[in-house]
Design a protein around this ligand. Structure first.
Ligand code: ADE
Ligand code: ZN
Length: 327
C-alpha cells in the first residue's frame, strides 16, 4: 500500500492528531507555557499511557475557541489526506469543546464541520464525527456529553463513544449516556480491550450495546470471545502502532493478524498519530513487514472499514467505489 492508496480510518482523536508544531504555535499565541510536554526533538514526551493522558490534556489546554478547532481540523485532515485517507471518523469531546455546554458545543461542532467541508473540497477527504465521553471524567459528565451529542446528532455527527482511562469505572456506569445517544439515532463504539482484558470487551458489548470496539485487541486472551466477535460481526478499530508505542505488544506479536485469521472484522487506524510516531502510511508499512500482508489484504480491510463506517449509504457507496476503482 503506497502513501496515496485510498484508506478508510475509523479511530482518530482530533486533539490526539494535532501536530506538535501546531500546538506549540497555539501555545505561543496564548502565552501558555507547555514546554514540558515536548522532548528535545520537539515530539510529545510521556512515560506510559496514564502520563500520555496527562500530556494529551496539557496539549489540548491551548485549544480554547471554535476557531482553534477549525484550524486544527484543517491541519489534521490535510495530513490524513496526504496519507491517502479518503474517509475519516474523528472523536470529539464536548469536555474540551465548551465544557459540555450545549450552546458552546454547537459552535465548536459547526466550526469543525465548516473546516471539514473546506478539506473535502480541497483534499478529497470526507469526515464524520463521533462524540466521546471521557471515562476518567466520570459517568455524570458522560450524561451531559451524551445530551450535547443527542442535540447535535445528524448527518455529520453520527456516533457516540467512550475513551479515556479504561481502569476507571465500568461500562455499565455509562449505560444511561449510551442509551440516550442510541435514542438520538447515534451509532455506538467504546474503547475496551486495550488496558482492560477480554472481560472489558464483553462488558462494553453487553452493557453499552456497541457495534464497534475501539482497540479490542486483548480479546485474543479469550478465544471463546474471539469466536463470538466473529459470529456477531463486531468490528474492531485496531490501532497497532498505538499499542506498540504504549508497550502492549511488539509488531510481530500484535494480535491483529490472528484476530483476522479467526474471522474477526479488523480495521486499521492511528489513534493519536503524532503521539505514537505514526501515520496511516507507516501503519501499513509495519503491518506489511510484520505479517507479509499485501495490497489485496489491505484493500479487504479498508472495505470492512467502509462497511462499518458511521455514515449514510450514499457516502458509503461512494467510498467503496473509490476503493474499488483504485484497486
Ligand atoms: N484518548 C486518546 N487516545 C486514547 C487511547 N488510545 N485510549 C483511551 N483514551 C484515549
Ligand atoms: Zn483511541
Amino acid at each position: 500500500m503506497s502513501k496515496t492508496s485510498p484508506k478508510v480510518e475509523l479511530h482518530l482523536h482530533l486533539e490526539g492528531a494535532a501536530p506538535p508544531a501546531f500546538i506549540r504555535g497555539m501555545a505561543r499565541e496564548k502565552h501558555a507555557d507547555i514546554a514540558g510536554i515536548f522532548d528535545e526533538a520537539g515530539h510529545y514526551s510521556y512515560t506510559d499511557f496514564w502520563h500520555f493522558l496527562k500530556v494529551y490534556d496539557a496539549a489540548t489546554s491551548v485549544l480554547r475557541t471554535p476557531e482553534d478547532y477549525h484550524r486544527l481540523t484543517l491541519a489534521v485532515l490535510e495530513e490524513s489526506a496526504a496519507n491517502g485517507v479518503i474517509y475519516s471518523e474523528c472523536f470529539l469531546s464536548p469536555d474540551f469543546c465548551g465544557g459540555r455546554d450545549v450552546s458552546a458545543w454547537r459552535d465548536y461542532l459547526n466550526a469543525i464541520r465548516e473546516a471539514a467541508e473546506i478539506a473535502e473540497k480541497r483534499d478529497g477527504i470526507t469526515l464524520r464525527a463521533i462524540v466521546t465521553a471521557v471515562r476518567h471524567i466520570g459517568p455524570e459528565a458522560a450524561r451531559e456529553t451524551a445530551l450535547c451529542a443527542a442535540e447535535t446528532a445528524g448527518d455529520f455527527l453520527t456516533g457516540f463513544g467512550l475513551a479515556g482511562d479504561e481502569k476507571l469505572h465500568k461500562p455499565k456506569d455509562f449505560a444511561w449516556a449510551f442509551d440516550a445517544a442510541r435514542e438520538a439515532g447515534l451509532r455506538l463504539t467504546a474503547h475496551a480491550g486495550e488496558w482492560g482484558g477480554p472481560e472489558s470487551v464483553r462488558d462494553a458489548l453487553a452493557d453499552l450495546k456497541v457495534e464497534r470496539i475501539g482497540h479490542g485487541v486483548r480479546a485474543i486472551e479469550d478465544l471463546a470471545l474471539v469466536d463470538e466477535l466473529a459470529e456477531q460481526g463486531v468490528v474492531l478499530e485496531v490501532c497497532p502502532g498505538s499499542n506498540v508505542a504504549l508497550g502492549l505488544y511488539k509488531w510481530r506479536e500484535h494480535p491483529i493478524a490472528e484476530l483476522d485469521r479467526r474471522g474477526v472484522k479488523v480495521t486499521i487506524s492511528t489513534d493519536d498519530p503524532p503521539f505514537f510516531h505514526t501515520t496511516m502510511t507507516r501503519e501499513h508499512e509495519r503491518l506489511a513487514e510484520a505479517f507479509d500482508w499485501d495490497e489485496g489484504q489491505f484493500l479487504r480491510l479498508h472495505k470492512v472499514a467502509a462497511e462499518a463506517a458511521f455514515c449514510d449509504e450514499a457516502t458509503r457507496a461512494r467510498i467503496l467505489k473509490q476503493l474499488e476503482t483504485a484497486a
